[in-house]
Design a protein around this ligand. Structure first.
Ligand SMILES: [Zn+2]
Length: 448
């Protein structure tokens, strides 16, 4: 790093420390940052500040909460907040997608997120953005990125928009076991940190999602990826699929909807982690109407959260690593607004203790990142990703979503400028689907 100016040490003095381990809150506990690392915590940190040779900037954080930066384990930074699948699959081009993702990742950071997993996305822009952030070209959270989501030709949640072959939107269709192997290897060659499988999908003429991968097919992808040291994640809406994903060796199971005892047993036996990603459902069910959402599935979503939530809580109590993922990237989950929301759902809907929910959104996130011992807690030697806010998330977990309370944010030891408002932007021509009308313009409508 020759030529780069050395950052002075920073002492965050006298704050209320939540260290991310799930351990108790520690009042009046200082944290010393140096370079991109946490150097010392507590009395050691205060002692270091008193050294005669010390070049330490003291930041008084008395009365404030000091905690690890948030880790969002399920993001889609390249989708650009589409309001529909039509928009997502038919109104995106690679160059604009890349520029838009580089703009949007700044919003993710200013929401207190210092690391995130971009699980799948458009045109491998996530991989390029990760590289650009690592290279110091774009200011953004540390990223891990998937490539396209692997789908059989039945597809995922976009019905007829999934083609019989090739890529569309965030999907890449694999037509045979050979292609499952080839495409998995290509994603890894192209720089994917994880392989994502869309293990359930909806057949347009039916309700709900069906399992569209066999256990054998899931195993083929897991074995191919694992042989190259790359983890696998899977979107599973259904209990049998969740069980099969665990049996096949999937490392992270998203949603795990309606998980039953058999599926939970398979998860416990095979060591999968769970990332339920309730945020999208919670936003749609509880607040969707405020944004003009027309879905009538409110009851269904609340039912799913209640049923699946109870099993996720059981899994947590049995020691399964639970991650917080926000599904940010859709119009229901715009960037920079809902990254804390999963923790809120865990506390309010699942009855989890706030410090446990925070652990899911910080320490456990390090597992999702493949960076255990590097990030996720406030401990000496770890990356200096630190959020300081005016508020007590133990009393009200919702304060983690209120950016007006954020006082300081350190990203790899460097302060993020929270005073500069992130610019508003205007829509770009061709970006959104334009409907001709909301209802058919019939003769009767004109002649009531
Ligand atoms: Zn997703």
């Amino acid at each position: 790093m020759g030529g780069r100016k050395r950052m002075p040490e920073v002492l965050l003095k006298g704050g209320r420390l939540i260290d991310g381990t799930g351990g108790p809150v520690r009042p009046d506990t200082s944290v010393l940052l140096g370079g991109d690392r946490i150097v010392a915590v507590g009395a050691d940190a205060d002692a270091a500040a008193g050294r005669p040779e010390g070049d330490v900037e003291v930041v008084d954080v008395t009365g404030l909460t000091v905690m690890p930066g948030l880790i969002d384990a399920h993001c889609h930074v390249t989708l650009g907040e589409p309001a529909s699948n039509d928009e997502l699959f038919h109104h995106r081009d690679p160059a604009f997608t890349a520029l838009l993702a580089a703009f949007n990742v700044g919003k993710v950071l200013r929401a207190g997120v210092t690391s995130f997993v971009d699980v799948d996305g458009l045109f491998d822009v996530g991989i390029a953005l990760r590289n650009a952030i690592d290279a110091g070209m774009v200011e953004g959270p540390t990223m891990k990125s998937g490539s396209y989501a692997l789908m059989t030709s039945v597809g995922g949640t976009a019905g007829h928009m999934i083609p019989d072959r090739g890529t569309a939107g965030y999907a890449e269709v694999v037509r045979s076991k050979d292609e499952m192997v080839q495409v998995t290897r290509r994603h890894i060659k192209n720089g994917a940190d994880q392989i994502k499988i869309h293990a359930t999908g909806n057949i347009p003429s039916r309700k709900g999602e069906a399992q569209v991968w066999t256990l054998e097919e899931l195993r083929i992808v897991c074995d191919t990826a694992h042989d190259l040291g790359v983890p696998v994640s899977a979107h599973c809406r259904g209990s049998a699929c969740t069980r099969d994903a665990a049996l096949a060796g999937v490392d992270v199971i998203y949603h795990a909807s309606f998980m039953d005892e058999e599926a939970l047993e398979a998860i416990l036996e095979h060591g999968s982690a769970l990332c339920p990603v309730f945020t999208f459902l919670a936003n749609l069910a509880e607040h969707g109407a405020k944004a003009g959402a027309t879905s009538t599935a409110q009851e269904v979503f609340l039912g799913e959260m209640e049923q699946t939530g109870a099993m996720v809580k059981r899994a947590f109590d049995l020691g399964v690593p639970i991650f917080c993922g926000s599904e940010s990237g859709f119009s229901i989950t715009p960037y920079g607004h809902w990254h804390h929301r999963e923790m809120e759902v865990f506390v309010r809907n699942l009855g989890m203790e706030p410090l446990d929910a925070i652990m899911c959104g910080t320490k456990n996130g390090a597992i999702a990142m493949g960076q255990v011992g590097e990030v996720g807690t406030i401990e000496p030697g770890l990356r200096a990703d630190v959020l300081v806010l005016d508020g007590d998330p133990v009393a009200d977990i919702g304060v983690l979503g209120d950016k007006s309370r954020f006082r300081h944010l350190y990203l790899r030891g460097a302060p993020v400028d929270l005073d500069r408002p992130w610019p508003e932007r205007r829509p770009v021509s061709g970006e959104h689907v334009v409907n001709w009308s909301a209802v058919p313009l019939t003769w009767d409508l004109v002649h009531p």
